[in-house]
Write a protein that binds this ligand. Structure first.
Ligand code: 5GP
Length: 243
């Protein structure tokens, strides 16, 4: 029987998390709402919910096929994804292949400066504090993750980059940076959680260098709805028959 959502656990900026009638699972419900700059800018992107659910489903299936443990279990409907229930580790893992966004402001680096090997940064997941940059010391001291768990998170983040960069290249896009979240199940097993969508990564068009991600919304670059649809169609075409 298809699991059904019951009461909501929490509502975030782009998703609502529900309990279900199946033990140890949750449903992620993808909304069209879009926010930026710690929710100071609010709007919505046409069909972003179904688009992001579809993109995340394909990416998670691809990652699972390639040995990355994710919380994804099943796409239930246009906007609903059934996932393992996890206790989320409050650390956002950001991997950067090139400098842009917060790191250019924080460290005065030139936009487009390559990081080879890629740079991995940690941010404390806290809307109230605006997700501040943290170091390994904070994660260990505050017991957000053990040394071993953090190492697994770093390794998996690097592996996700190695797996996804060629996929995006194949569809004419350069994977510039992305954010991942991890969590643990009841037995303490670590899984990749949350989502992988154009909301949480940067993609530059290989020919034009144009932003093909949420920066179009953040910076009022126009063609936001069209870009989300375009990236999703390219990815779904690429993955057709492969997952
Ligand atoms: P930056 O630190 O430059 O703002 O972001 C680095 C990368 O992580 C970008 O791809 C950005 O979209 C993603 N990212 C950082 N923080 C968040 C967040 O709170 N939510 C989402 N969806 N993505 C984030």
């Amino acid at each position: 029987m298809t699991p059904k959502r019951t009461e909501s656990i929490r509502e975030g900026k782009s998703k609502i998390l529900y309990r279900t009638d199946k033990p140890d699972t949750v449903i992620q419900y993808f909304k069209d709402d879009a926010t930026a700059f710690n929710a100071q800018k609010k709007g919505s992107i046409k069909d972003k919910g179904p688009i992001n659910n579809g993109v995340s489903t394909s990416v998670f299936k691809f990652l699972e096929k390639n040995g990355v443990r994710t919380h994804f279990l099943e796409k239930l409907s246009d906007r609903e994804m059934l996932c393992r229930s996890l206790e989320i580790i409050p650390v956002e893992m950001v991997l950067r292949n090139k400098a842009t966004g917060s790191i250019t402001k924080r460290l005065g680096l030139e936009k487009g400066m390559p990081f080879s090997p890629p740079l991995v940064e940690f941010f404390y997941k806290s809307d109230a504090l605006g997700d501040p940059l943290i170091g390994e010391g904070h994660i260990a001291y505050l017991k957000w993750a053990s040394k071993d768990e953090l190492n697994q998170m770093i390794e998996t983040t690097l592996k996700v980059n190695t797996l996804l960069r060629p996929v995006f290249k194949e569809i004419g896009l350069e994977l510039i940076d992305f954010k991942l979240e991890f969590g643990k199940d009841k037995s303490g097993n670590l899984y990749l959680g949350d989502e992988f969508t154009a909301d949480g990564c940067r993609l530059w068009d290989l020919k034009t260098g144009e932003s093909m991600d949420k920066d179009r919304f953040r910076q009022d670059l126009g063609k936001v709805d069209e870009t989300y649809l375009d990236v999703s169609e390219r990815l779904q075409n690429y993955f057709k028959g492969k997952l």
